[in-house]
Design a protein around this ligand. Structure first.
Ligand code: NAD
Ligand code: UDP
Length: 312
């Protein structure tokens, strides 16, 4: 049987490593491309013996050529501390990375999916967020290298589709958590779990009343792959997230309860431009992808806590 050849940029990261694994299980040949900025060999080491898995050390800001049938473009640091470490590089990764991967897709006639983000909605004035909402993004703030980079990438994807007939797909991913998040990643779920397991103070930024909607990694992978398989005319963008909304304080309390930790909650200042609320409207994903998340927060947190117990 001829295998589908799939390129995953950012394949050694948190989401990318789960996607590579799942694609191999679906009988694909997988090319995992990564510059290891935030990705780790550890995430994909168990795949290295698979003859249908290839690891490529490369930076997407430089062109790359390979024959592939599908491309998942995930390369980009996702945690605020990582994407703010070198904001110019973050913008380059989103914009030049997209141009390079779209150019490749055009040349080899591959279908290409962009991992966009709920951050394109910024600090939203519409709640929950539907795909038709244009967002409320600060173009010169601490988050803009990421938010505006991802917005520019969406624009490029749509234009390559219109101008060059490239078969594109755009998913807007909402906060996702699970095993293989980096312990020092800085995102809230990994921070709280690591702090709780070490019985250190749990650091809430602001008053903890800001909300997020947390999606377990397996649901995201299912959603992304369903999107890749939709009819050609449907390019998105489509929200992929779990609509169950929690305050950050509720999340902290849940993590303490599930870990049985002695940690106490402390409050730190809220970073600038930190969105007050976030929750996806997933009607479009239900209709077009026949997809909705299945894993509730408590179930996903237990699996993630087990993972962090094994690595820290
Ligand atoms: P991650 O930081 O774990 O993974 C990103 C991967 O991209 C890493 O392996 C990193 O080394 C690689 N990378 C970064 N810059 C690169 C470059 N210039 N060239 C090649 N590789 C590069 O983050 P993640 O959570 O796995 O996110 C994956 C994708 O999904 C990102 O594009 C992110 O914006 C998007 N996303 C994630 C979430 C989430 O909650 N996890 C939410 C919205 C969007
Ligand atoms: N947050 C927090 N403590 C932490 C890390 C994050 O209170 O140790 C807050 C952060 O200010 C934000 C929310 O949790 O309001 C989600 O943060 P994360 O960085 O995970 O994702 P994003 O802000 O990009 O949605």
């Amino acid at each position: 049987m001829i295998k589908k050849r799939v390129l995953v940029t950012g394949g050694a990261g948190f989401v990318g490593s789960h996607l590579c694994e799942r694609l191999l299980n679906e009988n694909c040949e997988v090319y995992c491309l990564d510059n290891f900025f935030t990705g780790q060999k550890q995430n994909i080491v168990h795949l290295l013996n698979n003859p249908y898995f290839e690891l490529i050390r490369h930076d997407v800001t430089a062109p790359y050529f390979i024959e592939a049938d599908e491309i998942y473009n995930l390369a980009c640091p996702a945690s605020p501390i990582h994407y703010q470490y070198n904001p110019i590089k973050t913008m380059k990764t989103s914009v030049m990375g997209s141009i390079n991967m779209l150019g490749l897709a055009k040349r080899v006639k591959a279908k290409i999916l962009q991992a966009s983000t709920s951050e394109v909605y910024g600090n939203p004035l519409e709640h929950p967020q539907t795909e038709s909402y244009w967002g409320n993004v600060n173009p010169i703030g601490e988050r803009s290298c990421y938010d505006e980079g991802k917005r520019a990438a969406e624009s490029l994807f749509v234009d390559y589709h219109k101008e060059n007939n490239v078969n594109v797909k755009i998913v807007r991913i909402f906060n996702t958590y699970g095993p293989r998040m980096h312990p020092n990643d800085g995102r809230v779920v990994s921070n709280f779990i690591v702090q709780a397991l070490r019985n250190e103070d749990i650091t809430i930024y602001g008053d903890g009343q800001q909300t997020r909607s947390f999606q377990y990694i397996d649901d995201l992978i299912e959603g992304m792959m369903s999107m890749m398989n939709t009819r050609n005319e449907f390019i998105g963008p489509v929200n992929i997230g779990n609509p169950h909304e929690f305050t950050i304080l509720e999340l902290a309390e849940k993590v303490i309860e599930l870990t049985g930790s002695n940690s106490k909650i402390i409050y730190k200042s809220l970073p600038s431009d930190d969105p007050l609320m976030r929750k996806p409207n997933i009607s479009l994903a239900k209709k077009e992808l026949d997809w909705e998340p299945k894993i509730q927060l408590e179930t996903g947190l237990i699996k993630t806590i087990d993972y962090f117990k094994s690595v820290i």
